[in-house]
Write a protein that binds this ligand. Structure first.
Ligand SMILES: N[C@@H](CCC(=O)N[C@@H](CS)C(=O)NCC(=O)O)C(=O)O
Length: 200
């Protein structure tokens, strides 16, 4: 049995999706986390070293795993149903591991640097500017994301994470909070002032 340490509206939501897709036996333990607005607190019940989510505990041997790529890899290895994570020996394994690591090691810092308007020193930072990391600029992505009924961002393999309506709204909300006027236009879409991001 996998225990998922989860907090609503956070990165741990994607692990619920993954556990469901893998058909893994799991339970959810809801914990509190420190939120960007200053609310919340580290929950002593959460085994993550920084009190973040997601984290999981495997009741088979008490193993604790934290950091999204590590959790995704642990779960897709342990529950290989649906072939979501290519297994050892599969020619796609290297690509899978690379993009899994790339997500938190390069892509997230690249987007965050852009949102925080922080320079990315080449040769020092382990990530790159978002224009180099993204095949498409966020504003180019935003339209297909908000107008499309389904999204596949890389390749044709069944992928993680899924983008659902809530994720798209959160992405657009973040756009609205930046200093970039073009990005702010997309933020307006979640407020209903520029048309709904979803079509029926
Ligand atoms: N690199 C981690 C990031 C985890 C993370 O920062 N989660 C946020 C919620 S989305 C959190 O727990 N924040 C609380 C805090 O920073 O104390 C991962 O991808 O698993």
């Amino acid at each position: 049995m996998i225990t998922l340490y989860h907090s609503p509206k956070s990165r741990s939501a994607r692990m619920i999706w993954l556990l469901e897709e893998l058909g893994a036996p799991y339970e959810i333990k809801t914990v509190t986390v420190r939120r960007a607005d200053g609310t919340g607190a580290v929950d002593p019940a959460n085994p993550h070293p920084h009190g973040k989510v997601p984290a999981i505990k495997d009741s088979d041997d008490g193993t604790v795993v934290f950091e999204s790529p590590a959790i995704a890899l642990y779960l897709t290895d342990k529950f290989p149903k649906n072939g979501i994570g290519p297994e050892v020996g599969d020619a796609k394994r290297g690509t899978y591991l690379s993009w899994l690591s790339y997500y938190t090691g390069v892509l997230e810092p690249a987007f965050l640097s852009k949102f925080l308007n922080t320079p990315v020193p080449r040769g020092t930072a382990g990530w790159v500017v978002v224009e180099e990391a993204a095949r498409a600029w966020p504003t180019e992505l935003a339209l297909p994301l908000v107008r499309g009924l389904r999204w596949t961002l890389i390749g044709d393999h069944f992928q993680l994470p899924a983008f659902d309506e809530l994720s798209v709204h959160r992405f657009l909300d973040l756009c609205g909070q930046t200093d970039d006027e073009e990005l702010q236009l997309h933020g307006a879409r979640t407020k209903g002032t520029a048309g709904s991001p979803f079509i029926a």
